[in-house]
Design a protein around this ligand. Structure first.
Ligand SMILES: [Zn+2]
Ligand SMILES: [Zn+2]
Length: 133
């Protein structure tokens, strides 16, 4: 059985579909993620690029390649919601917050973070049981 997840931006113009098992589900504390979304750490689910597709509303999507980063941000031109961003590995990173918002406020259990990445670069301490690397 393969898992399918469908999410949409705030205004509903763009729908994103993710298929199958993610590469990584984690909290990322690196500078890039923090700068990207202006958050203390990023809660992400990362899929291989071919597993994340714009299901509808492609015409409303804007891609922004950061000049100084190996990163692209893909967002809706109407509401500004970030649908995903890419990283240096070419994975597509979807915010857990967006998935949660589109799933009646709940993150599917199999998408919960199971680790902290770049914890040594953190700006906040996290008191939990997850492995920190
Ligand atoms: Zn939108
Ligand atoms: Zn990061």
């Amino acid at each position: 059985m393969s898992n399918n997840y469908r999410i949409q931006c705030d205004c509903g113009a763009v729908e994103l579909e993710m298929t199958g098992t993610p590469r990584v589900q984690a909290f990322c504390h690196c500078e890039d993620c923090r700068a990207l979304l202006d958050v203390p750490y990023h809660s992400i689910v990362a899929w291989d690029s071919e597993r994340v597709e714009i299901a509808s509303g492609k015409a409303h999507v804007v891609e922004y390649k950061y000049p100084t980063l190996e990163m692209t941000r893909v967002f809706c031109r109407h509401c500004g919601e970030t649908l995903y961003n890419t990283n240096a590995m070419g994975w597509r990173l979807v915010s857990q917050l967006l998935i949660r918002k589109c799933n009646n406020g709940e993150l599917p259990g199999e998408l919960q973070s199971n680790a902290h990445f770049y914890y040594d670069r953190r700006i906040v301490d996290i008191d939990d049981e997850l492995p920190k690397g």
